[in-house]
Design a binder for this molecule. Structure first.
Ligand SMILES: NC(=O)c1ccc[n+]([C@@H]2O[C@H](COP(=O)([O-])OP(=O)(O)OC[C@H]3O[C@@H](n4cnc5c(N)ncnc54)[C@H](O)[C@@H]3O)[C@@H](O)[C@H]2O)c1
Length: 313
């Protein structure tokens, strides 16, 4: 039995002794993840800037409320109100974990917001803001956390660190009206593969989830699909249903699982099988544009059809 698996074998809480950062943990999925990590024995850095659904400034302190909930149930938590897409904010977030708890084991990148528009109506600001909060908001905390883990590794204290990123079905399959968001979330899937390949040598595993749950992001647009049952049946779209996978991927127990994207919704977990080569033609010389028409049509008949884009007719 490897050391990594002892918490499973001994029936101890999966995240016991770990220090975990959850970004955007004041509401929705992030809040559920933070509470689940605390229940699993982790000390939690509860990060949230407290912005509105479109990223606009908003008078709210959701991170403090969640940290309060964790402390009220006997757990340990510290609040961060750093902007995760800001270089200094992301550095300060990682420093908060190290200063307060003396270590960092797991980073859950989750914060973000939406500004949905058809591409033809999408303003430059709405493009920039959504790409910034999701894509840069994943890159910067990972960069600062990885710098810490690399120095730990070099000092001979091999980390068993974990990063759990948050992509989306919109990024993996596309979604009408979400060009900015889909591009950012597709970027997060690629970033996850690169980070897993680069950080493996420091003892860091990196995976991503594509969740679906009832939060302020979805409860109006998909009201019918997201509604809680009134008859006491399984509340399939509760955000708490996604968190067990995040705790698992963020714990020692997931040893060896890295560079993967998992869809998580209700009681269903799906391994997403990303871009891979399908049918191929090699002429061994340069094609003419004219001869490509039959060739491309032949290749497409020999290749699987793509999954439908969300919202496409
Ligand atoms: N809800 C779903 O079905 C669903 C589906 C696919 C992906 N996601 C993704 O899951 C993640 C969580 O979404 P949610 O549905 O819980 O939304 P949410 O709006 O309830 O929570 C997101 C939180 O992130 C915080 N935040 C925004 N910008 C921030 C910043 N710069 N720094 C720190 N915090 C910031 C917000 O204040 C908010 O509390 C997002 O990345 C979202 O894109 C959600």
């Amino acid at each position: 039995m490897t050391e990594q698996h002892t918490s499973l074998a001994q029936g101890r809480p999966l995240a016991e002794g770990r220090v975990v950062i959850v970004t955007g943990a004041g509401r929705g999925l992030g809040r559920a993840h933070a509470l689940a990590f605390a229940r699993a024995g982790a000390r939690v850095v509860v990060n949230d800037l407290g912005v509105g659904l479109d990223g606009a400034a908003y008078e709210d302190t959701p991170a403090a409320q969640v940290a309060g909930e964790i402390r009220a149930s006997g757990g340990e938590a510290v609040v961060s109100t750093d902007d995760i897409a800001d270089m200094d904010g992301a550095a300060n977030l990682v420093r908060t974990a190290l200063d307060r708890f003396g270590r960092l084991d797991t980073l859950v990148n989750n914060a973000g917001f939406l500004r949905d528009r058809m591409l033809v109506n999408l303003d430059e600001d709405d493009w920039d803001a959504v790409i910034r909060v999701h894509l840069k908001g994943h890159f910067l905390p990972m960069k600062h956390a990885a710098a810490h883990w690399r120095s730990e590794s070099k000092a001979g204290r091999a980390p068993r660190a974990r990063v759990v990123n948050t992509s989306s079905g919109a990024g993996l399959l596309g979604a009408v009206g979400q060009g900015n968001y889909a591009a950012a979330k597709a970027g997060i899937a690629a970033l996850t593969l690169v980070a897993a390949a680069e950080f493996g040598r420091y003892g860091v595993q990196v995976n991503a989830i594509a969740p679906a749950a009832r939060t302020r992001m979805t409860e109006q647009t998909f009201a019918e699909d997201m509604a809680a049952p009134s008859d006491g049946a399984f509340d399939a779209m509760a955000p708490e249903n996604v968190s067990p996978l995040v705790v698992y991927l963020g714990s020692d127990a997931s040893h060896g699982v890295t560079g993967r994207v998992f869809e998580a919704e209700a009681g269903r977990i799906t391994v997403m099988d990303g871009w891979r080569r399908a049918a191929q033609a090699d002429k061994g010389a340069r094609w003419t544009p004219e001869e490509l028409d039959p060739t491309i049509r032949d290749l497409l008949t020999k290749s699987p059809d793509p999954e439908p884009v969300y919202g496409a007719q």
